[in-house]
Design a protein around this ligand. Sequence first.
Ligand SMILES: [Zn+2]
Length: 713
Amino acid sequence: MRMSECGMLRVKAAVCVIVVAACAGRLAAAQQFGPGNPFYATSTLPFQAPPFDKIKDTDYQPAIEAGIAAQRQEIEAIANNPAPPDFANTIMPYEKSGLLLRRVRASFNAVTGADTNPALQAVDKAEAPKLTAAEDAIVLNPKLFARVKAIYNHRETAHLDAQQRRLVELMYGNFVHAGASLGEAEKTRLKEINGQLAVLTNEFKDRLLAATKGGAFATTDKAALAGLSNGQIAAAAQAAKRSGREGYVIPLHNTTQQPVLQMLSDRDTRKAIFDNSWNRAERGGATDTRDTIAQIAKLRAERAKLLGYPNFAAWKLEDQMAKTPETALTFMDSLVGPATSKAMGEAKDIQSLIDAQKGGFKLAAYDWELYSDQVRKARYNLDEAEVRPYFELNTVLKDGVFYAATLLYGITFKERTDIPVYNPDVRVFEVTDADGKPLALFYCDFFKRDSKRGGAWTSSFVSASKLMGTKPVVYNVANFQKPAPGEVALISPDDVRTMFHEFGHALHAMFASVDYPGLSGDIPRDFVEVPSQFNEHWKDDPQVFAHYARHYTTGAPMPTDLVAKMRKAETFNQGYMLTELLTAAELDMQWHLLPADASVQSPDAFEAAALEKKKLALGAVPPRYRSSYFEHIWGNGYSAGYYAYLWSEMLEDDAYAWFSQHGGLTRANGDRFRAMVLSKGSSEDFEPMYETWRGGKPTIDGMLKQRGLVETK
Ligand SMILES: [Zn+2]
């Protein structure tokens, strides 16, 4: 999610990361692991919530190692079973295996993402290659694969129900996709590559975290910060104090553009901050990621070749909704024209304003935010500061996000202060279903801190599964500016969007109604953003909006003319925003179309050539992420998958069009969507599942209309 402290409805699609915990098994003797370790047994807390009051940093490593060992034994027992393979003696125990590892990894992923420290980073570094090796040992276990294959081959006659058959098909596909049908020599090389990639991925993340921290802008000259509000200047002074420096510090956000660029009137300061951002991971030494990403790209291409694919993207997209890179490229290429022509029109408007002010310079990327905001104000007379007082975080959460979910799905929320959390900023709610039964636990962790990586994301501590008797325990993480002690959090419209977005992911996880753990996750990247982006639409629904957008001191609703101005401004700057997303997505795909024999000597030159080729080398509209700090594709599993945000956007705008045609926000519509889409997990193929609910194929029309890229008829 683009973090815009002062931005106004900046991003159509809130962009976040879904963290999918993988499971594993093998290696290492369990040391210092026993009943004293909080991961030793299933949590006795409600919903099996992690006992963060008991978990210490030193508990993770022994639990991970014991978990790997335990799962290895479980897998060996399945693989060596002398009985002929069937669902009950192979698939079922496989689904039940790795419980300890799942338990510890779920908590470990949460804290390393949202509240890390050098000790946890060291554990991550040490365990990542072991976990990868353990995963490989499972999917490349020939005896286990032989059993899965035999069951797969007889799936039509084995009296399996629909979910069981789907599970067998997915599992077989995953094994083959991971290399289970390779010969021994290739498997050995594959394991080596996977191990190297795990190390390099961690190296990338560590370097980037340090690079982003190191890229903070520091000054002792208050005048350089002209344009910032008193609150922002105070926050910058606080940030300086925290890092033991004189003056003011403005930390970097993970995107190319930085929120403060919208307010800073000093062009030199803007340029300095932008350059810090753009070059954050290209300064040589321990924070430079360029060698690392070139190595990752090369190894991914080699792995794809080993598995029989021309490039990494072809391998990666095989089990996605789009199926091939060509489909994704055709889709993206069709957006380049409408997006860039709109962006160039916006650039022209901005240049006119700069000229009218006798600026005497040509629009650069670091001017865009400031002047586009002025154009917006001139054209729509809308000031961010007018709007924020109507978006108080707690009210947005309870009377907006939760309220919309209650209207659509009948679920209700109650805060629980008795559930332990990993950081005092985290809050927990119990979610009750429409029938009065407990549905899930929901955690939210909204404020930015140095120990948290950038962006916003959703993941689970516990997944829904009837087989395991578990209900979902889900969490949202974001990076909103934390208010000073005693102050309330007044968030931006962008932050509001992020909250609805991430909660859409949470709903998808909470509603999963499947028998097996293997069917509750594993959502293709190009579908996983549909429920979240779809949920964003409800923030603007008149009934929902009126309920949460109230002045934080008076409780008065947002004045209707302000609402109208805000709505009108929504399609503003959409050319820029779509182009920066598209540019990042095309960049991602170009990296992953590299054949195995290609070697990128200069990531900078490669990046420039890729953008040129796609007609996206627009100086004033840089990619949302540059290659060297594109964490989604090098660190978080969105490799050859960043297009998925746009693809999902096409689907969710199409889905919203269905709601609009059928009476909008009603329980009937919500229940139907829940039953036919949100509750399905990955228990059905996504294309027919969606089209059955929709009653036809999705089109790009809704997306272009929502973005204001076509004339509304
Ligand atoms: Zn998302």
